[in-house]
Design a protein around this ligand. Sequence first.
Ligand SMILES: [Zn+2]
Length: 427
Amino acid sequence: MNTPRFTGWKIFVTSVALGSIVLGLANDTAIARQARKRLDGIAQPQKDTASKASTAEAEGGKALLTQIRHTSSDNYTRVTMKLSAGIRYESHLLKEDPAKDLPPRIYFDLIGARLAMDSRPILVQDGLLRQVRVGQFGPKVVRVVLDMTSFSDHKAFLLPDPYRLVIDIQGRRNGGGIPVVAKKKELPLSPPARKAPPEGIRKIVLDPGHGGKDPGAIGIGGVAEKDIVLSVARKLAKKLKREMGIDVVLTRQDDTFVPLEDRTAIANAEEADLFISLHTNASPNPEARGIETYYLDNTNDEASIRLAARENATSRKNISDLQFILSDLTQNMKLEDSITLAHRVHSSVVGLVGQKRAEVKDLGVKKALFYVLVGARMPSILVELFFVTHKNEGRQLGQASHQEMLVDALFDGIRKYQETTLVVKNL
Ligand SMILES: [Zn+2]
């Protein structure tokens, strides 16, 4: 019998009432002393040191660390730390020390931060991350320690509005397997049946944009982006399962709010082969219309920056400030595949909708910094399916028949992408 594998992901929140801990300076010192004791053994930074600056407010100790959340699977963990303002941070990696019975640890010093959450260790135990410890290490430094079980790689980045420090931890599968405690197993008498290698796309995570308190763009007749994209995503999921046998996971099943950083985390935890975020466009110009498809990359294009600012719920300036984080994150991004996927999906929608309806305005395949795509470890795109603010397009987007057509077009694009990649692999 196969050992059941944990394939689900779970999002855990350690939440705290803001302001429940109001620290005076004297108190800070006492707490810092205690924390130092508790966080002992990690005081000496070693070689693997990174330091990133965020904003000028960093040094003031004004950023409150209010929450630590994590999304877990057995080969990937995303830890998100919620902050009330910008900070500077340093990260350090400490190797395992079997002599002292110490696990490998990654710790982050949040400079300019104060602890405003419960400081009890957060137990995770997902195969990669054993627990998270947090303490006020100095008057203006919060230290967060990740006690690891095993991992191969980690990356961190800071996002604004609200500020959050996001840490992605990758396991060792596809690179040596995860050293877990081996279960006693009888020696097999015959070799295990060889499984056929997976052909093509096995699993897709579809991300209907916005939801809950965030309606997205509101268009003609009060139609909300969040409702249109959820409906399209549900229909597309059914079609992909039925006709291509693809396992599809939605980042939200209903009208609920899901933070942007959790959406990619779900795709990573699911080890999806593709991540597709669905949106509809909007403009103050009622004449604006058409479809555009995005992949994640730096851009100087003003319109793309403005769109990303709206979809990220942040300012245009923040986007420009944050472009630098991308250089760190591009290694795992599958950029070429994302561009291919973007083109296949885009041209299918332009072609099919153009064939069946009036002429489609092709706004092209573009790049921009969408938070929802940052850190995705699979080919990932964001599609802006027409303008809810355009008289005709807005009305059509609310119609079931038009949505069906979009579903057919998106499906066709995914199928063509699969055909392209299979041909390339089989050359
Ligand atoms: Zn949107």
